[in-house]
Ligand binder design. Structure first.
Ligand SMILES: Nc1ncnc2c1ncn2[C@@H]1O[C@H](COP(=O)(O)OP(=O)(O)OP(=O)(O)O)[C@@H](O)[C@H]1O
Ligand SMILES: [Mg+2]
Length: 320
């Protein structure tokens, strides 16, 4: 029933090194992206969503490192590729729209400079051909060629986000990782940007990983959802499985925290905060906030188990 897997991770672990110690940002993450479908990655701030997206194309910050596991794409383990091989893969096979495009765009470079640099760095075409590709990329994200001359600060938030998407898709990658592409935008522009991503998906048969703290948005747009908590993937499945039949207490609470326009007073925020990942809680990392905590949850780390076809959860309550 499920499609072909485009990319998957196996027991992926990432660490950040800071003065205070080691941040256990990802542990044992078994995540997958199905071809030509949209997978939402959700969870509160600091749960490791961006880290997962950046690890997949190996653009972690300098103090970050993949310390365990594998990332398999087309039968190749991305973790083992040389920097040279990675440069070929980035943009061409897998594109990334970074969280906050203002910081990922160079304020001293025009939109045209950005696009031409990306194109000419990766493929051998003439400047004229590259310019044509740049114009096409802009028009595919609904922007006029007039904007080629603009600098990032001259663009609106929505335009910047579109430019970032044009940059990530100009080489027609197979996979697009979009990290909070709509968070800073008003709901109308948000909808347009998400519609645009869906259009590109159909046009290019793109596989999309949509990172968002907004589970309601993921429920609306995604085919599959992965829920992250404190550096662990705690639930994964088709959108109907995760949204209609959430198995992890954290997913259940996230869903209850969604504001409902008719019932705004019913919103329940999740008590407490995600833990400090330098010293994560032992056992299940969610136990300090879990309404169903058992003694064993403090001692034993839950592993992912399959609870329905393609529906996985890491919770000791679901242990058989
Ligand atoms: N460069 C870094 N150095 C040290 N720790 C970092 C760094 N980047 C992220 N972290 C830590 O790694 C953990 C995961 O962060 P990450 O940015 O992946 O979370 P996120 O789910 O994307 O959050 P947000 O929703 O706020 O974007 C957090 O504990 C965060 O503090
Ligand atoms: Mg993030």
């Amino acid at each position: 029933m499920d499609g072909e897997v485009a990319l998957y991770t196996e027991d992926l672990g990432v660490r950040y090194y800071i003065q205070r110690g080691v941040v256990k940002a990802l542990d044992d993450v078994n995540f997958r992206l199905y071809k030509a479908s949209l997978t939402g990655v959700v969870g509160e701030s600091g749960c490791g969503k961006s880290t997962l997206g950046r690890a997949i194309i190996r653009v972690l910050p300098p103090n970050g490192e993949i310390t365990s596991g594998r990332i398999i794409y087309n039968g190749v383990n991305i973790v083992e590729l040389s920097e040279e091989e990675m440069r070929k893969l980035r943009g061409r096979e897998i594109g990334l729209v970074m969280q906050d495009p203002m910081t990922s765009l160079d304020p001293l470079m025009s939109v045209k400079d950005h696009l031409l640099e990306t194109i000419l760095e990766h493929i051998e075409v003439s400047r004229d051909e590259a310019l044509k590709m740049a114009e096409e990329a802009l028009s595919s994200v609904g922007l006029s060629r007039e904007l080629l001359k603009s600098y990032p600060h001259q663009l609106s938030g929505g335009q910047r986000q579109r430019v970032a998407i044009a940059l990530a898709t100009v080489l027609k990658p197979k996979i697009l990782i979009a990290d909070e592409p709509t968070t800073a935008l008003d709901v109308i522009v948000q909808k347009k940007v998400l519609d645009l991503i869906e259009d590109l998906m159909r046009e290019l048969s793109l596989t999309v990983m949509l990172i968002t703290h907004d589970i309601a948005l993921a429920a609306e747009r995604a085919d599959y959802i992965g829920v992250m908590y404190a550096g662990h993937l705690v639930e994964y499945g088709r959108v109907d499985q995760v949204i209609e039949d959430p198995q992890h207490p954290y997913t259940q609470l996230l869903l209850k925290s969604v504001p409902d326009i008719e019932n705004i007073s019913m919103v329940q925020s999740i008590p407490g905060l995600p833990p400090d990942l330098v010293n994560p809680p032992p056992g299940c990392r969610f136990h300090p906030r879990c309404p169903y905590k058992m003694d064993i949850c403090i001692r034993e780390e839950p592993k992912m188990i399959e609870v329905g076809e393609g529906h996985y959860v890491a919770c000791l309550l679901r242990r058989r």
